[in-house]
Write a protein that binds this ligand. Structure first.
Ligand SMILES: NC(=O)c1ccc[n+]([C@@H]2O[C@H](COP(=O)([O-])OP(=O)(O)OC[C@H]3O[C@@H](n4cnc5c(N)ncnc54)[C@H](OP(=O)(O)O)[C@@H]3O)[C@@H](O)[C@H]2O)c1
Length: 337
C-alpha cells in the first residue's frame, strides 16, 4: 500500500513538472503580438511608446527595439544630457522616427498619507506633477507604456534594513513602486483612448523578499501586485482586451546597471533582454519571466521551494553573503605594495 502511495506521489510530481515545462516552452515559442499596438490614429498620427529609465541599460535597449518596430519613442529619465545622447543616436539609426524627452526624478514621488495633514506654515516639498506629464503627452497616439525605471538603492548598497538610511528606503520605494503606479494612473485615459494599447511593468526574479534588498524586492512585488489588480480592474470594466497589462520578471543582465560581466547563458545583455520582454507580448500570461534561460533558473527556485524552508533560507542568505562580499571587494582600496 505504502509503495502504491509513494509511486502515485512520484508520478503526480513528474506529471506536474512535465505540464509546467510544457507551458513554459509554449510561452517562449509563441510569436509576439507587439504589432497589435502599432496603429495610426487619424488625429494624433503614428503610434508612440514611452519608456521610463531610457538613458541606460534595459530601458535604453527598449527604445532601440521599439524604434526598430516602427514606434516613435518618448525617452524618460532624470538627466537631459544623457537622454539627448540616446536620442541623437536613435535619430541617426532611425531618421524616420520621432523622439521626445521627458525629465522626471522617479525617486521623488510624495506619498501624501505618509506626510500627514498639510501644515499651512510648511512649504510643500518639490514633488512630481503627474498632471503636467499627462498634459505633455496628451497630443500623441500613445499606445505603449514601458515602466522600466527601477533598481536597488545605490551608495550604500546591500545593507540590512536597520542600517539603511530612511531617505534611501523611501526614494527606492518611490522609484520602483509609486512612480510606475502614478504614471500608469495618469496615462491610462490616454492608453484607453488609443487602444489596443499595452503597459509593460518590469520587475525582478527576486521579488519574493531577499535579504539586504528589502526595499527593492518589496517594491517590485508591489509593482507585480499592481499589475494583477490593474488587469482585473480593466476586465471588470469590460476593457480587458483593450489594454494589455504585462508584468515581466528579469534575472541578471549584463551591460545594465554598470554590470560588465561577460554574456553567458543565464546572463544576457540588455539588448537580448529587451527583445525577450517584447517577444512575450500577447503570450496569454500576465506575469512572466521575460527571458527563457531566466525561466529555467526560476524553475530551479521553485524546486528549491519544495525543500524545507530552513534549507532554501540558507541558500538565499549564502547568495547574498557572496554578493555583499563581492561588492565589499569592489569598494576596498587597492592594497599598497
Ligand atoms: N540589470 C539587471 O540585472 C536587472 C535584474 C532584475 C531586474 N532589473 C530591472 O530592470 C529595470 C532596468 O534595470 P537596468 O539594470 O537596466 O537599470 P540601469 O542600467 O541602472 O538603468 C536605469 C535607468 O533608469 C534611470 N533612472 C534611475 N533612477 C532614476 C530616477 N530616480 N529617476 C529617473 N530615472 C532614473 C537611469 O538613469 P540615470 O542614467 O540618470 O541613472 C537609467 O536610465 C529595473 O526596473 C530593474 O529593477 C534589472
Amino acid at each position: 500500500m505504502a509503495d502504491k502511495v509513494l509511486s502515485l506521489v512520484g508520478l503526480s510530481t513528474i506529471l506536474f513538472f512535465c505540464v509546467k515545462l510544457f507551458k513554459l516552452i509554449v510561452i517562449y515559442l509563441r510569436p509576439s503580438r507587439l504589432d497589435r499596438f502599432h496603429h495610426v490614429s487619424h488625429e494624433e498620427g503614428p503610434p508612440w511608446a514611452l519608456v521610463t529609465g531610457a538613458s541606460d541599460g534595459i530601458g535604453r535597449a527598449f527604445t532601440y527595439e521599439l524604434a526598430a518596430n516602427g514606434f516613435n519613442v518618448v525617452l524618460h529619465g532624470r538627466h537631459h544630457w544623457k537622454l539627448s545622447q540616446v536620442r541623437d543616436d536613435l535619430l541617426d539609426k532611425y531618421p524616420q522616427r520621432t523622439f521626445r524627452i521627458l525629465i522626471a526624478d522617479a525617486s521623488t514621488v510624495a506619498c501624501t498619507p505618509c506626510l500627514g495633514p498639510r501644515r499651512e506654515d510648511k512649504e510643500e516639498s518639490a514633488s512630481l506633477d503627474f498632471a503636467t506629464i499627462q498634459r505633455e503627452l496628451d497630443d500623441i497616439n500613445l499606445t505603449i507604456l514601458v515602466n522600466n525605471v527601477g533598481g536597488g538603492p545605490v551608495n550604500p548598497v546591500c545593507l540590512p534594513v536597520w542600517e539603511s538610511p530612511e531617505s534611501k528606503i523611501t526614494g527606492n520605494i518611490s522609484l520602483n513602486a509609486l512612480f510606475p503606479l502614478h504614471l500608469t494612473r495618469a496615462l491610462l485615459p490616454s492608453l484607453i483612448r488609443h487602444s489596443p494599447s499595452l503597459v509593460i511593468n518590469i520587475s525582478t526574479m527576486v521579488d519574493q523578499g531577499f535579504p539586504l534588498l528589502a526595499s527593492y524586492t518589496a517594491s517590485k512585488q508591489f509593482l507585480m501586485a499592481t499589475t494583477r489588480a490593474l488587469r482585473l480592474e480593466l476586465q471588470m470594466e469590460g476593457m480587458g482586451d483593450d489594454v494589455e497589462i504585462l508584468g515581466i520578471k528579469v534575472g541578471r543582465v549584463t551591460g545594465a546597471r554598470g554590470c560588465t560581466e561577460p554574456v553567458s547563458l543565464f546572463v544576457p545583455n540588455a539588448e537580448t533582454m529587451a527583445k525577450a520582454a517584447l517577444a512575450r507580448v500577447g503570450n496569454g500570461n500576465h506575469i512572466v519571466v521575460g527571458y527563457w534561460a531566466h525561466a529555467l533558473q526560476q524553475l530551479g527556485g521553485e524546486l528549491l521551494g519544495l525543500l524545507p524552508t530552513w534549507f532554501s533560507d540558507r541558500v538565499y542568505i549564502d547568495i547574498m553573503r557572496q554578493e555583499r562580499a563581492a561588492l565589499d571587494g569592489d569598494t576596498k582600496p587597492a592594497k599598497q605594495s
